[in-house]
Every structure is written in structure tokens, then in C-alpha cells.
Write a protein that binds this ligand. Structure first.
Ligand code: ADP
Length: 548
């Protein structure tokens, strides 16, 4: 029997219409190159999104065309999110901090028709002039007074284009499975791969992300997403905020600027903020060295990489602020798991609480997760067994742009049983809390045992003289692979390998004690700030352990 319910399609434009109707006065505050504090409300925002939709059609963009954006978190980027997807085109966010050859690869692979770029990104595009494939126009996201000189053909001004257009536009309704957005993974191995989001996946993800035990998005809150809008849709904040009528504070290019973030948080009374661990360390250092506070801030969400204990403790002790760790990836939109307590945990001691926050959180409805051993057997949720983490759900990728999406085929990330292989190794506690122990390719396979590189790294950085550490597996004649620890020391400090190994002796299982320690000045990082282990493996390609 068929149900008798309406078949309304889940459209991104419906979020905008809802926000304009219900929250016309809620503010969106932005930092841009042309204005240190731009303010507009959702009513003006919605009007400008309609003008932008008219701009796109006047530029010849058609349903399904990929429109690239190279920009920070600000109101114009928000307008592009809604204007492009709402018109049935694909909002392709590009990370301007990637290597130039990766940027041009991505633009060409996606066949972007128009690029919208921040003024600060124009030198990059100038340098890529000969490699911009099918790009027909570049729109600089600024007003006429701030237009840069350019030798590129067909460079247009965002505000001039908008001013020419009417704000009359009817958002079309179409199949909710239509592509709405696109984001390439940073490609620590091989070329970047295009993840293609739909209207349906984006809406469901934003709904789940707003639940009280997830981010608790609400019109009573003010959110400052530091996580960039060019990386996995700023974890869904641009959609969740308008869904619930939450004030948004957008830091523009000031993402890693402790002073600017503090000022924004205090003057705009920010209650919630999200970002990767490095951002929080920068903010905490700034606050502490200037003896400042951010009293309105009650929660920060941390993801993208494991959250160090020090961030959790400093936020709690000095700023009365709760750290909420989440796990996800570009392919999971990104929300997979997030921290929140369960009934019965209310009386946890500070130490117990920290231990829970150090985990990657528990599953959100909509994401099914499972861990598997080498032979594909599902492992128990006992907090002990660890194996390959696989997930499935309506906002998980089933394939990459231009590659096969037939489960089990080469190039498809989904296996024959419909599970997406995350490439992470994890255990899950009986309570459902996920613990990421490593990336599959970073695990050190020593004899028959798996050694977690992350566990060794975490132990090493607890030494006060070590500022950063990375562990890679290197060939060993007896064990096949053994861990090599590579350390960067704090400025002006010196340590010997023996001292480091002595320090680790009672902190790690005997098998996990590295076979050697090397010191270097700087670790290579990817554009998203993660340690580039591929680069390290190349540097230490023919490494031989001293004792071997
Ligand atoms: P990339 O393009 O580098 O894959 P993603 O943001 O998609 O960028 O990276 C996803 C990966 O980041 C995950 O598979 C996992 O390895 C790591 N990651 C994300 N969040 C966490 C977390 N809270 N703790 C540990 N690792 C995390």
C-alpha cells in the first residue's frame, strides 16, 4: 500500500525560503577583504541569493553546470552556496591552499564553467592562467573599488553583476537526488577525488547535525564556523544555521588569527564554534598569553584529526568551555560520530569526562558503522577489538566523480555489501563510542601484530621538549615492518634517541616501542594541516634501522 503523504523534494532552496520567512532579522556577520565587519540579515541575504541566481543565468550557466568557488567563510560565499545549488547547478568548493597543480587538476577534472574567487586568490589564478580548462568567466568576490588588476580574460566584479539583476527569482523544484555540491578529497595518495553531494544528502545531513546531542544548533545560539567553507561545506554549518535561524559569524581570511577570532567571539557573543585542532591551539595560546577570556563561548567542536588532551583540558579549566570531538570525512559529508554524554555519565569525574572526549564520539542516526577484521568478519563492539571502519548511510558517498560507482569494482570506495571503507582503523566501545586508532595505510604491521602509529605519536608529544611527532613503518628483516619515530623538537631544545625511548618505555606496549628515533626541523603537512605521511615515507624511503 502506498502512503498518502506529499512527495516534496528535499531542496536546498527550501532552507533559504524558510529562513527568510521565519528569521528575516537574524544576522550574518562577516569579515572580508573589503569590509572588516559586514552585517546583513537573512532577509537581505535571501534577496541577494535570488539576484545571484539571475547573475548565473545571465552568464549562461545551465542546470548541472559546475561552478567553482575559491573563497573563505563570508556572506558572498554563503550566497554562492544557496544561489548555485538552488538554481540546480553544482557548487564546487575548491581549497585555495592546495598545491597550484592540484587546484588546476580539480578545476579541469570537474570541468568548472565559472569560477568565483576571493581577491586574495587572484594571484593563484593568474599563475594558473594557462591551465584553466573550460572556465569561461572569473568573478571576483568584491566591489568595484577593490577589483584587482588582472591579465586573465573575462574577469568580472561580483557586486557589479549583482547590482544589475532583479531579486525576482523562483527557485525551481527538481529531483532531490540532483547534485548540489562537490568537494575533492585532499588526495594524500594519488589525485584528488571528487565527492558529489545531493540536495537530499545535504538536507538530511543538516537535520541530523542540528539534533540536540549532535551540535544542538538553535536560534538561541551564535555559531562561528572556523572550519573552512571550502572543506566539506564547513561541516554543514551554512545549512544548519539557516534551518534553525542561528546567527552566523564568518571570519573570512582570519581563520587562524587568534586576535581576530577573540574579537569576533566577544563582540558578537559567539556561543559555539567549530574547527580543526591547530586552530584551537592558536586561539588558546593567544587567549592565555594575553590573559583574555571568551565568556560567551560554551562549546567548540573539533574534528578532522584527533583532538589532543591539552585542548580539552585548557578549554575546560581556563575557559569553562566543553570540547565536542567529532569524526568524519569528505565522503561522509562529513558527520559520522560526535561526542555527547549518555544518561548515567552525568556524574563522571573530570578525568573520566576527558577520557570520553578523547574518543571520536558516538554514531549519529543516519550513519551505520561496523568494524571488520582482515578476513571481512564483523568485530564486536567491546572497546578492545580493532579493525577496518566501514560506514553506510544517506549522506555517505557511493562513488567518486568520473570513477565507477559499482560496488566492489576497482575505484569504487564501496564494497559488495554496500559498505564504504573509510580507511580508518577503529574500535567501538559497548556504549557505542568510536576510537580511531589509525589510518589503514599508516598502521605498522609488525610480525602478525598491528601497531597504531597514532598511539606512539600521542605518547611522544607528551614529552615537553617534543613539539610534533610522526610514526611510519619501515622495512625490517625480521618483523617485516617496525615503527620509526620522527620528532620535531621545541625551539632551542635537544634530546637524544635514547632519552626519547627511555621516556616512552613505560607508556607503550613493548612491541610498540619504536626501533629508532630521527629528528627533523619540520614535518611535511597537507593543505588541510594533516601530517603528510606519504611525504615522510618518501624522505625515509631506503631507511635502515641501526640495529637491523
Ligand atoms: P582528507 O581529504 O584528508 O581525507 P578528510 O577531512 O576527508 O580529508 O579526512 C578524513 C580523515 O580524517 C578521516 O578518515 C580520519 O582519518 C581523519 N579524522 C577526521 N576526524 C578525526 C578525529 N576526530 N580523530 C581522528 N582522526 C580524524
Amino acid at each position: 500500500m502506498q502512503a498518502l503523504m506529499m512527495q516534496s523534494q528535499l531542496m536546498i532552496s527550501s532552507i533559504l525560503t524558510h529562513a527568510e520567512r521565519n528569521f528575516p532579522d537574524v544576522e550574518m556577520v562577516s569579515v572580508t577583504v573589503d569590509n572588516p565587519r559586514h552585517r546583513q540579515n537573512y532577509k537581505t541575504f535571501a534577496k541577494r541569493c535570488r539576484q545571484l541566481a539571475n547573475v548565473l543565468s545571465s552568464l549562461g550557466a545551465k542546470f548541472g553546470d559546475r561552478i567553482g568557488t575559491l573563497a573563505w567563510n563570508d556572506y558572498r560565499h554563503m550566497e554562492l552556496y544557496y544561489g548555485i545549488s538552488g538554481s540546480g547547478m553544482v557548487c564546487h568548493t575548491i581549497n585555495p591552499k592546495l598545491f597550484p597543480e592540484q587546484v588546476s587538476y580539480i578545476i579541469n577534472h570537474a570541468e568548472d564553467k565559472i569560477l568565483f574567487a576571493d581577491v586574495l586568490v587572484m594571484p593563484l589564478l593568474e599563475a594558473l592562467k594557462a591551465h584553466l580548462g573550460k572556465v569561461e568567466a572569473i568573478v571576483v568576490m568584491t566591489d568595484s573599488a577593490h577589483m584587482p588588476e588582472s591579465t586573465l580574460p573575462n574577469v568580472l566584479c561580483y557586486e557589479e553583476l549583482l547590482a544589475e539583476q532583479s531579486d525576482d527569482f523562483d527557485w525551481p523544484e527538481f529531483d532531490e537526488n540532483t547534485a548540489s555540491g562537490m568537494c575533492y578529497t585532499s588526495g594524500t595518495t594519488g589525485n584528488p577525488k571528487g565527492v558529489v553531494y545531493s540536495h537530499r544528502s545535504t538536507l538530511l545531513h543538516a537535520l541530523a547535525g542540528s539534533l540536540p546531542d549532535v551540535t544542538g544548533a538553535s536560534t538561541m545560539e551564535t555559531s562561528l564556523p572556523v572550519v573552512p567553507m571550502f572543506h566539506v561545506n564547513a561541516w554543514g554549518a551554512p545549512y544548519a544555521a539557516l534551518m534553525v535561524g542561528m546567527k552566523l559569524v564568518l571570519p573570512g581570511p582570519k581563520m587562524a588569527d587568534g586576535e581576530a577570532l577573540t574579537d569576533l567571539m566577544n563582540s558578537e557573543q559567539v556561543t559555539f564554534s567549530s574547527g580543526v585542532p591547530t586552530i584551537w591551539l592558536a586561539l588558546l595560546d593567544y587567549l592565555d598569553s594575553n590573559n583574555l577570556k571568551v565568556p560567551s563561548l560554551t562549546r567548540v567542536s573539533v574534528g578532522g584529526a584527533a583532538c589532543p588532551r591539552i585542548i580539552i583540558e585548557r578549554f575546560r579549566r581556563k575557559h569553562d568551555c566543553t570540547v565536542v570531538q567529532g569524526w568524519g570525512m569528505t565522503e561522509t559529508s562529513p558527520l559520522g560520530t560526535i561526542f555527547s554524554l549518555k544518561k548515567g555519565m552525568e556524574d563522571y569525574s573530570e578525568e573520566q569526562l576527558t577520557e570520553m572526549q578523547l574518543l571520536q564520539g558516538r554514531g549519529v542516526f543516519g550513519i551505520e558503522m561496523c568494524i571488520f577484521d582482515n578476513s571481512g568478519r564483523a568485530l564486536p563492539w567491546d572497546g578492545e577489538a580493532s579493525g577496518a571502519l566501514k560506514v553506510r548511510g544517506p549522506w555517505v558517498a557511493k562513488g567518486y566523480y568520473g570513477l565507477t560507482d559499482v560496488p566492489g569494482d576497482e575505484g569504487c570506495p564501496v564494497d559488495k555489501n554496500g559498505w564504504f571503507d573509510t580507511g580508518d582503523v577503529a574500535s567501538i566501545s559497548p556504549d557505542g563510542f568510536l576510537k580511531i586508532t589509525d589510518r589503514t595505510k599508516d598502521v605498522i604491521k609488525s610480525g602478525g601484530e598491528w601497531i597504531s602509529s597514532i598511539e606512539i605519536e600521542n605518547a611522544a608529544v607528551n614529552h615537553e621538549d617534543i613539539s610534533e611527532a610522526a610514526v611510519i613503518g619501515r622495512y625490517h628483516p625480521k618483523w617485516t615492518e617496525r615503527p620509526l619515530l620522527i620528532c620535531v623538537l621545541q625551539e632551542g631544545k635537544s634530546l637524544s634517541s635514547e632519552e626519547v625511548l627511555e621516556f616512552l618505555k613505560d607508556k607503550l606496549h613493548k612491541m610498540a616501542i619504536p626501533d629508532a628515533v630521527e629528528f627533523i626541523d619540520e614535518l611535511p603537512h597537507t593543505a588541510t594541516g594533516k601530517i603528510n605521511k606519504l611525504g615522510l615515507r618518501q624522505t625515509f624511503e631506503n631507511y635502515e634501522f641501526p640495529a637491523a
